[in-house]
Design a protein around this ligand. Sequence first.
Ligand code: NAP
Ligand code: MG
Length: 399
Amino acid sequence: MEKIKMSTPLVEMDGDEMTRVLWKEIKEKLILPFVDLKTVYYDLGLLNRNATKDQVTVDAALATKKYGVAVKCATITPNKQRMEEYPELTEMWKSPNATIRSILGGTVFRTPILSDRIHPVVNCWKKPITIARHAYGDIYKAVEIVSNVPGTCKLVFEGADGSTQEAIVQITDGPAVFQGQHNLNQSIRDFARSCFRYALDTSQDLWFSTKDTISKQYDGKFKEIFEEEFQAFSSDFENKGIHYFYTLIDDAVARVIRSEGGFVWACKNYDGDVMSDMVSTAFGSLAMMTSVLVSADGKYEYEAAHGTVTRHYYRYLKGEKTSTNPVATIFAWSGALRKRGELDGLQDLCAFADKLEVQTLELINNGTMTGDLARMADDSGHVEAVTTDLFLDKLASSL
Ligand code: NAP
Ligand code: MG
């Protein structure tokens, strides 16, 4: 069989622990036999990040800017415990995802992968709900003050042009707490653009919610910028038969629960943090959730939403065969290959990506799945919990 050709390489970011093991197996068993794979490879494994003083993460993000599409394996974000586990670490390196996001900007879209055998907790959900979380500002960059005496708290802005604006936050008669938040028009604009672009790419409606009845100026600015940015997309939306829909966050929550899914829900930073955990849990499993970072200028970085599955890795190191779910990592690869195919006009590559996803789901729907899913699957038919190796072998032979 002749292998499927690629023209532009994918940016490949390798990672850590169990997902690094999965990464190699997925490539060897599912991709390399069928695709004449072209990648520019960056090893974001913790030890190489340490050896390069984290330059490799920056280089990988810059390569994504250059080539346009990346696929990333889960990586360890070091904490105190990891510093003890890896004594060679010279620094507590920052989260690679945060570094990549700060270079590319844009928005993280998280989408559950649905299977016929795993039923969402919310009965009426039939299609995936994608959460688009703004990843800048608000309480995540807030400053806070705690006072123990009565007094006056003011918000003061000193313009670079010498102008000033001042507002009294509150005159208090006892101990109190205060918080100052901000966001940037440009960041909100990039957020809006990447949401409209993603909705178009995936032919789904876009919902956006804030609390602008209460926060008339701050949340009002988000609503206003989304409306402004939508002007450039409205005719494309019309042509695709999709809609942009703004509503209050509390109304959105009620509508989401009653919906059948199949749309993108854009959320401010905090709302997205909370709602993505709610939506992913209600759909079933973190191991069945994909994540893609889309920059405002249309660069894509695909990954699984879960981490490096450390507990399984320690068992793997003892020689045990684990039943770690590779589905979200497979879908990160298929997502990246499909996007590369779309951008380069390679229909065979797109068709291969589709096939890889269809066969993965068919295997699960027919009852072959990893342990995490077998525990949740319905009893409408045969269910067999298999090791990762066996799952990948069966999938490979079905391709
Ligand atoms: P995790 O790796 O997502 O795993 C948490 C637990 O969820 C696992 O122990 C496992 O439960 C279950 N699980 C997650 N993915 C699974 C899969 N594919 N198949 C089967 N079960 C799965 O989260 P964590 O333990 O909090 O974090 C581990 C490391 O990952 C940390 O060093 C963290 O920094 C890193 N991390 C990286 C990213 C990223 O790169 N995007 C994201 C999150 C975390 P059982 O053990 O009960 O089977
Ligand atoms: Mg959270």
